[in-house]
Design a protein around this ligand. Structure first.
Ligand code: CP
Ligand code: NVA
Length: 319
């Protein structure tokens, strides 16, 4: 078991919980860990460590990437859902946190309100990772940025340099992904061009950003995409908002990333989507299955960056 001391334990609840130089470290570790994995090299620094994963919402990528990643690093995993645990029977979050964190070394939670995750973390003895909340999805943006760096062929000290001053176009809902992109832009020095339908705008106070220079708002998605180095979008209806589905379908109809939008971006712009995707809604099949799309690398990289993150939260810097 780890013995967290004062100032030693870190959580990853929002993107801004880590500093730029910590991201530089994580990107480099993720690159090394991925290379070892591709080379079939055993790397098990987390032997005897246990990760508890709590899912209050559905997941494919987050579950598989954390679970496979933890096993590959020599550790083990406990999987809980609200329905299958006492969380669904109103056991207080604080009590759940106190109990679980006496038995495991690390906790990953996917839930609704960020406040619930924060409450869990405040009562936990071990690091807690945000596996998606209504407000944020920091592990996904960690993977997205690593994918961008990787596709630009950058490494080491160059990794952050290749992000600085770049433009990321966000087309669609002002949701957890959009908020996290804004935080990442503020921490790492790039700009997000945001275009959302009326009523679905990002709110800087929810995104938790203070620098107005980290994002620009555009009424039309084409304008947001103009000159962008990366174009990205997400589902029109996030988990937990299903009752608004019909209303959203109508409101978002112009916010479908298509070839015209990609054509006004940089000629070598990449397309990303955290997945799951709905072809014909937020993105056309031509774009997501086209040559500029890197969505499969992006999904795979969830595992590599999260392995680097778990290693960092449990063992600190290696070497
Ligand atoms: N992108 C992502 O978090 O996917 P899952 O919902 O499948 O975990
Ligand atoms: N914004 C989406 C992301 C899914 C990975 C949701 O919260 O459902």
């Amino acid at each position: 078991m780890i013995k967290p001391g004062p100032g030693l334990m870190k959580h990853f609840l929002q993107f801004k919980d880590l500093r730029a130089e910590e991201y530089a470290y994580l990107f480099e570790r993720a690159r090394i860990i991925k290379a070892r994995f591709k080379n079939y090299e055993k790397y098990q620094p987390l032997a005897d460590r246990t990760l508890a994963m709590i899912f209050e919402k559905a997941s494919t990528r987050t579950r598989v990437s954390f679970e496979a990643g933890m096993y590959q690093m020599g550790g083990s995993v406990v999987h809980l859902t609200s329905e299958g645990s006492q969380l669904g029977r109103a056991e207080p979050v604080e009590d759940t946190a106190r109990v679980i964190s006496r038995m495991v070394d690390l906790v990953m939670i996917r839930t609704y309100e960020q406040a619930k995750l924060e409450l869990f973390a405040a009562n936990a003895r071990v690091p807690v990772i945000n596996g998606l909340t209504n407000e944020y999805h920091p592990c996904q943006i960690l993977a997205d940025l690593f994918t961008l760096i990787e596709h630009r062929g950058r490494r080491g000290a160059d990794a952050l340099e290749c992000l600085r001053g770049k433009v990321v176009a966000w087309v669609g809902d002002g949701n957890n992904m959009a908020n996290t992109w804004l935080q990442a832009a503020e921490v790492l020095g790039f700009t997000v061009h945001v275009s959302t339908p009326e009523g679905y705008q990002v709110r800087p106070e929810v995104a938790g950003v203070r620098d107005p220079g980290c994002y620009r708002v555009f009424d039309h998605p084409m304008d947001a995409c103009r000159g962008a180095h990366l174009v990205t979008t997400d589902v029109w209806t996030s988990m937990g908002y299903e009752a608004e589905n019909e209303e959203r379908r109508k409101a978002f109809v112009e916010w479908c990333v298509d070839d015209d939008m990609m054509a006004v971006a940089q000629p070598d712009a990449l397309f990303m989507h955290c997945l799951p995707a709905h072809r014909g809604e937020e993105v056309t099949a031509e774009v997501i299955d086209g040559p500029q799309s890197v969505v499969w690398d992006e999904a795979e990289n969830r595992m590599h960056v999260q392995k680097a993150l778990m290693e960092y939260l449990l063992l600190g810097r290696i070497g």
